[in-house]
Write a protein that binds this ligand. Structure first.
Ligand SMILES: [Fe+2]
Length: 194
C-alpha cells in the first residue's frame, strides 16, 4: 500500500502560489487552512529539531521558535510550547494561521470593546477559550479577530506551525494587560515570537 504524505516543500510551494495570486481573504483562508491541515496531520514533515523546546539554545528553555521559511508575503515558523508555557494577550498586525501538530493548546481570544482611539489603553473582553487539538487550524484576522493568549496547561510539549503574511521580525505590534487596560507596543529583532 502506498501512503501519500504532504511534504513541507509541497506546503511552501502551495502557499507561495496561493499568496502570489493575491487572493481575497476568504480564498486565502479556505485554501491556506486546507493546506495547513494536511501539513500538521503529518508531523514528520518538519524535522524533529524544530519540534522540541529550545533548551539551552533559546531564550526560554521551555519554549521553541524556529524559522522554517521566509518569502515574499509569507513567513512560516514552528513554535513549541513546553508544559506550563504561556504568552499573554497580544496582536499580530497581519493575517495568520496556526496549525496544531500534537497534544493541544488552550487559546483565549479577546474582543476589543473600546473605540480604539487610544494607543496606550484598551478594554478587552474574553470572546472564547478553545482547546485547539492536533490537526486543527485557527485563523488570525487583522483588526477583526487576532488578539489572543496561549497556554499549554498539559504536561507535554505542543508543536504548532505558524503561517503569517508578514515577517514578524521588526513588526510593530501590541501586548495587552487585560487587568489594567495598558497597551504596550513591541517589536522583536528576531522572528521568534508568535
Ligand atoms: Fe500570537
Amino acid at each position: 500500500m502506498t501512503t501519500t504524505t504532504y511534504a513541507f516543500d509541497e506546503f511552501v510551494h502551495d502557499m507561495t502560489v496561493l499568496v502570489d495570486g493575491q487572493p481575497d481573504q476568504e480564498r486565502l483562508f479556505d485554501l491556506g487552512s486546507s493546506y495547513l491541515e494536511r501539513l500538521v496531520n503529518n508531523p514528520d514533515a518538519v524535522p524533529e529539531e524544530f519540534r522540541v523546546p529550545a533548551g539551552s539554545r533559546g531564550r526560554s528553555a521551555n519554549h521553541g521558535s524556529y524559522i522554517l521559511h521566509r518569502g515574499e508575503g509569507l513567513a512560516i515558523t514552528s513554535v513549541v510550547w513546553g508544559p506550563g508555557d504561556h504568552i499573554s494577550a497580544h496582536d499580530h498586525k497581519t493575517w495568520g494561521m496556526i496549525g496544531v501538530m500534537n497534544n493541544g493548546i488552550t487559546e483565549t481570544r479577546f474582543n476589543r470593546k473600546d473605540d480604539g482611539v487610544r494607543d496606550d489603553f484598551a478594554v478587552l473582553e474574553v470572546d472564547r477559550k478553545t482547546l485547539v487539538k492536533p490537526g486543527e487550524v485557527s485563523l488570525l484576522i487583522p483588526d477583526v479577530d487576532e488578539i489572543h493568549q496561549m497556554d499549554n496547561t498539559s504536561d507535554r510539549p505542543t508543536v504548532e506551525i505558524h503561517v503569517y503574511g508578514k515577517d514578524l521580525k521588526g513588526l510593530d505590534r501590541c501586548m495587552y494587560n487585560i487587568e489594567t487596560g495598558a497597551v504596550k507596543n513591541f517589536s522583536t529583532t528576531r522572528w521568534d515570537n508568535c
